[in-house]
Design a binder for this molecule. Sequence first.
Ligand code: HEC
Length: 135
Amino acid sequence: MRRKPLSSTLSPFVPRGTREWAWRPVLRCLTSTALALVLASGALPLGAQPTTDAWKLPAEKADLKPGAGRELVVGQCVLCHSVDYITTQPRLARGVWQATVEKMRGKYGAPVPTNSVPALLDYLVAAYGAPAPAK
Ligand code: HEC
């Protein structure tokens, strides 16, 4: 007796007469089962990763210099990045600090109230600024 072709028994989507196609769904099923088993057994590092480790942030390398207005910077400028961003700048003129603060507010959405900008700039210029050019 001639056996029915595999293709007609396995899937209606497999074109008739193509034997290699007929095995494709079977292989696919086996492959995903094997993959699921490997993942579940923790054989791959992907499945073995411990989930209880706490994130360790790098230690803050710099602290802000003391000075009037320092607490404003601490309160409003380290929400998004470390103070290193401020302390590692070259000594910038007031206008450049002002442009930086405006960029933080406008482009990056730093919630700095308008009326605290002058005091912030006073601190930034005193601690990390270039001396005002001689008049
Ligand atoms: C809402 C988030 C946020 C806040 C708040 C914030 N910054 Fe930034 N800051 C950024 C982002 C984003 C960058 C760009 C990071 C990068 O390019 O890697 C940046 C970069 C900087 C830089 C590097 C130079 C530059 O222009 O990119 C300086 C200096 C800086 N910030 C100063 C400040 C100061 C001063 C304040 C307080 C007034 C502040 N930031 C508050 C988001 C913020």
